[in-house]
Design a protein around this ligand. Structure first.
Ligand SMILES: Nc1ncnc2c1ncn2[C@@H]1O[C@H](COP(=O)(O)OP(=O)(O)OP(=O)(O)O)[C@@H](O)[C@H]1O
Ligand SMILES: [Mg+2]
Length: 248
């Protein structure tokens, strides 16, 4: 995905100012920066989740495989399947584990019948590292799983529709260290297949899971570089102050 000169306003308040960035397949990009700097706002521009916020207005250009995602003829339901999202708080549907994963492929017509749908569900749950834990209780409610399992279910739900990009907004902040480690492992495994963007307040996590890091401050993209450079040799004073814990 390519974003060029993106501005986002909530009413009269500008939350994102002139952000340009590329997000590539085979790479995990971490968005870091102090609370309120616009990370979630910018992340949501990448699959038009801001459309659901009445006060939000987006300017600039964002392209997915060259196509303008804000074009009039862009199918937003299709876009959100191609650019999936995982939220801070796991949000499975109040339906069975199976249905949580099957729902997307079914509405997008990806399955050629029941056996094919079963296969898609199993594959997505396997890739999300959840299959062995849930294969004997696919009919129980997704909301009855532990927090970490629910988050992996939400990841399975996102990947079941074969997205190109996965956006994750602090996906581990409600999880314990063991569940967090599982999600981080999963991000490593998924990287080869999708472009992944993760918002995180955890600097160690950004360093562990990402290849590229973008540092935001007051709605601006201050620095974007290889993660190793950001954490060992940042160009900008503000980046250095943030990663060394001087503010934020
Ligand atoms: N729905 C909204 N309506 C109005 N203003 C909003 C809305 N969502 C966010 N904002 C404002 O936009 C700015 C950026 O918020 P955003 O949630 O993107 O920050 P963030 O970097 O994700 O912060 P955090 O790390 O706390 O999640 C803030 O000033 C916030 O108050
Ligand atoms: Mg946020």
């Amino acid at each position: 995905m390519t974003a060029r000169h993106v501005n986002v306003f909530y009413g009269a308040n500008q939350a994102i100012a002139d952000v340009s960035i590329d997000v590539r397949r085979d790479e995990v990009t971490a968005f870091i920066g102090p609370s309120g700097c616009g990370k979630s706002t910018f992340l949501r521009t990448l699959n038009r989740m801001n459309d659901t916020v009445a006060a939000a207005r987006v300017e600039g250009e964002i392209r997915l495989d060259g196509a303008d995602i804000y074009a009039r003829d862009m199918d937003v339901v299709q876009l959100r399947a191609r650019v999936g999202m995982v939220f801070q708080k796991p949000n499975p549907f109040p339906k069975s584990i199976y249905e949580n994963v099957a729902y997307g492929p079914r509405i997008h017509g990806l399955a050629k019948g029941k056996a094919d749908l079963d296969r898609i569900v199993e594959e997505a749950l396997s890739r999300a590292g959840l299959w062995s834990e849930v294969k004997d209780r696919l009919g129980t409610s997704g909301t009855a799983l532990s927090g970490g399992q629910q988050q992996r279910l939400c990841i399975a739900r996102a990947i079941a529709v074969e997205p190109e990009v996965i956006l994750m907004d602090e996906p581990c902040s409600a999880l314990d260290p063991i569940a967090t480690a599982r999600i981080e492992e999963l991000i490593h495994e998924l990287r080869g297949r999708y472009a992944i963007v993760i918002v995180t307040h955890n600097m160690q996590q950004a360093a562990r899971v990402s290849q590229k890091t973008a540092f935001f401050h007051l709605g601006r993209l201050i620095e974007y570089a290889d993660t190793s450079d950001i954490f060992t040799n940042p160009r900008e004073e503000r980046t250095k102050d943030y990663i060394t814990g001087r503010y934020g």
